[in-house]
Design a protein around this ligand. Structure first.
Ligand code: CU
Ligand code: ZN
Length: 183
């Protein structure tokens, strides 16, 4: 007898809960405050001519990084997110070390344990142009470990993906700051 009274109430409450959940999910997608895209414009450090643009876009698989860099020497160049979005020093050292909020060792981009900022290398052709694309699961736009406001550095040399603390990639030839971009 009691079952006949409580069962409809349980079904009604479940239905209300499901409707509220769907509404909350939809609101999260459309409130317009979520960051979906970011950009860093790379400027040359002193006595270099390296310029470029790096886009970061939210995808279901992670943050997609797309970089186009010019003015490089042919070959590989270390490419990282550094702790500070500060390119004021002529040699780029004001950007600090690799962005490493989880206190991990330096490594290659495909290693599970790495600096969040470890994006590996970009490779320039004989004209000094490099194109880089990678969808990365370590990068975040939100929370304490957000990459927004951090620095992007391109190095003169190759990141060996092993040497601590930064892959022995040599001087910094370009620096940029990651800012929020229009979707
Ligand atoms: Cu670096
Ligand atoms: Zn690193």
């Amino acid at each position: 007898m009691r079952l006949h009274k409580t069962l409809p109430a349980v079904i009604l409450m479940s239905a209300v809960f499901m409707v509220l959940s769907v509404c909350a999910a939809l609101a999260g997608q459309t409130d317009g405050t979520e960051i979906n895209k970011a950009v860093a414009v790379l400027h040359p450090t002193r006595s270099n001519n390296v310029t470029g643009t790096v886009y970061f876009s939210r995808t279901p698989q992670g943050i997609k990084v797309t970089a186009d860099v010019m003015g490089l020497s042919p070959g590989q160049h270390g490419f990282h997110i550094h702790e500070y979005g500060d390119c004021t020093a002529p040699d780029g050292t004001s950007a600090g070390g690799h962005f490493n909020p989880e206190n991990q060792p330096h490594a290659g981009p495909d290693q599970a344990q790495r600096h969040v900022g470890d994006l590996g290398n970009i490779e320039a052709d004989n004209s000094g142009n490099a194109h880089y694309e990678r969808t990365d699961t370590h990068l975040k736009f939100d929370g304490r470990d957000s990459i927004i406001g951090r620095g992007v550095i391109v190095h003169a040399g190759v990141d060996d993906l092993v040497s601590q603390p930064s892959g022995n990639a040599g001087p910094r030839v370009a620096c940029g700051v990651i800012g929020v971009a229009k979707d």
